[in-house]
Design a protein around this ligand. Structure first.
Ligand SMILES: [Zn+2]
Length: 297
């Protein structure tokens, strides 16, 4: 086993790092992980996660619903209904920000392929990459999608894509700057890079502190907030063209956080705090539990 050791901030390059908070992996291992903060730019990341080859064991849970298709329990039923609704929202967002009804899209970390299938059904040409062999097999069987696994970073021609999407994926990727560099290379001039990320400056993150479900250590290696996302993008010559809240995440993350706290009335309390988070994001969309960032070159 090898530890993924970060001794330099990947956003600003500073080596001045300090401890921020210690969180538990409530989802799989029960182990504790420290989250570090850059003294200069405030970027946060998980200390001592496993490296890329060995982190797979922290993904081994039947409940990893973002990668599976189970429908056990009320939270999952709600989640899957919301997901189907969100697929349409995501497609319309891609069409709106690219100004195109068709084109070539790359979905990075495409999981079981639901989003790519939505795009292909509506006339887009879709390519995807996915680390999990099980998820790739599901996408192949269910939707006939052929996706690339790990290996060569991205085996595509320069300026191939009108849109590149990462729906809650960038926070899982070890080679952060290398990947962003590749996306810049793969985007057509005028293409859009669309990245959805949890936001630890949201009301729900501040309320739940170490129980906030979207810390999700050690699977989330990087913990983003709008300020550092903009800095990181600038480093790669990307410019933020718009920002969009993901209101359902306020509720989903709050309910999950209440479960992690082992609260009585977890659903009720989660919905209540989710509502406060959502109302906050109506006033300021960069305070939403999850934010979609859209970049151009
Ligand atoms: Zn920094």
């Amino acid at each position: 086993m090898a530890v993924f050791n970060i001794n330099q901030c990947p956003v600003c390059g500073s080596k001045k790092l300090k401890s921020f908070i210690t969180c538990t992996d409530f989802f799989v291992s029960g182990e504790q992980f420290e989250i570090m903060e850059c003294n200069i730019c405030g970027f946060k990341f998980t200390a001592n996660a496993e490296d890329e080859e060995n982190i797979g064991k922290y993904y081994q849970s039947e409940e990893y619903i973002s990668h599976s298709n189970t429908s056990k329990g009320l939270v999952n039923v709600v989640y899957h209904n919301v997901r189907n609704y969100m697929l349409g929202c995501k497609r319309r967002l891609v069409e709106k920000v690219t100004g195109a009804k068709t084109g070539h899209i790359l979905d990075v970390g495409a999981g079981t392929g639901f989003f790519l299938n939505e795009m292909k059904t509506h006339g887009w040409q879709g390519s995807g990459t996915e680390k999990s062999a099980d998820a790739r097999a599901f996408a192949q069987k269910e939707f006939g999608l052929e996706m690339d696994g790990p290996g060569q970073l991205y085996p595509f021609e320069k300026e191939s894509f009108d849109a590149i999407t990462l729906w809650h994926v960038l926070e899982h990727i070890h080679q952060l700057n290398e990947n962003l560099e590749a996306f810049v290379r793969l985007l057509k001039p005028g293409g859009k890079l669309i990245i959805a990320l949890p936001n630890h400056t949201s009301y729900d993150a501040r309320h739940y502190k170490q129980y906030w479900a979207a810390w999700d250590v050690p699977r989330h290696l990087w913990h983003f907030a709008p300020k550092q996302v903009k800095l990181l993008a600038k480093r790669h010559g990307l410019r933020l063209t718009s920002l969009h809240p993901m209101p359902f995440d306020s509720f989903y993350v709050s309910i999950l956080s209440e479960k992690y706290k082992k609260s009585k009335l977890a659903l009720f309390k989660g919905l209540m705090h989710g509502k406060i988070s959502w109302l906050n994001s109506l006033v300021n969309k960069s305070k939403c539990s999850s934010v979609i960032y859209v970049f151009g070159k």
